[in-house]
Design a protein around this ligand. Sequence first.
Ligand code: ZN
Length: 304
Amino acid sequence: MLAIHHLDCISACPLGGRLMDGLSSSIFERGRLCCHCLLVETDMGLVLIDTGYGLRDFASPSSRLSGFFLRLMAPDFREEMTAVRQIEALGYQAEDVRHIVLTHLDFDHAGGLDDFPRATVHMMQTEREAAQLQKTWLDRQRFRPQQWSSRARWVTYAMRSGEPWYGFDCVRQLQGLPPEILMVPLEGHTLGHAGVAIGTPGDWLLMAGDAYFHHREMDLQHPSCTPGLRFYQTLMEKDRRARLSNQARLRTLKRNHGAAVRLLCAHDDIEFEQLAGRPVGTPAPAGMAASAMRRRRSPAVARG
Ligand SMILES: [Zn+2]
């Protein structure tokens, strides 16, 4: 059985307030968008799905991130909200994270890689190539080589190979990971964007990353989005047709298999609070690591 922890790894406080999150009281105050990452306990060690911002982003934002996005998003930098500090609070150590699966390489998903030097990073090959090319001005603001260029241990996957899964093609198992963790290509927001599906005893959880931004976009009768997030998604999209068609496929998945697959995205506060059972902007409760994995550890690797 895979135990899943929900971590908000440093929320953004975007300009536009209510226009962005639909929850803030005005459009003149800054809004709040969580940065929803998942920590999965497996027989092969901890697996982190997206990293949020990391300690180095917290320590030196201007050397790591673009001024444009720092002004637009004003991340709520607090050390205790980084993935590594929350994982330590749960009762683990950074080395226990053996694998990181990235939905994509945007600055708010890949900033914590440096905090887990021993982990193998899994992502789509297309994403890595596009990020390295740095083709446009916006690419240079969103894809920050400071966060990932010096890193070893990558495993990348081709977009166009894999197996069918609930109406999606080319779904992949990941090297060295249990079969309950799958990569589901969902390109559009970026060229190599992918969701990550995690099998639980009762159903699947599909982390759709930035394939959509607001839970109402997955409403089956009247899909909608706040104006600010609609604008932001249009600004950031690398392939509009693919993005909108993948949103439609996710709604079809929900319609046809809603009992078998639960959807979540990376930046919706309502989804985070429902799944995590605590408010956005609060760290994982201390000492809550499911003890199963710690019990399974051999004495040689057990610490303390
Ligand atoms: Zn994002």
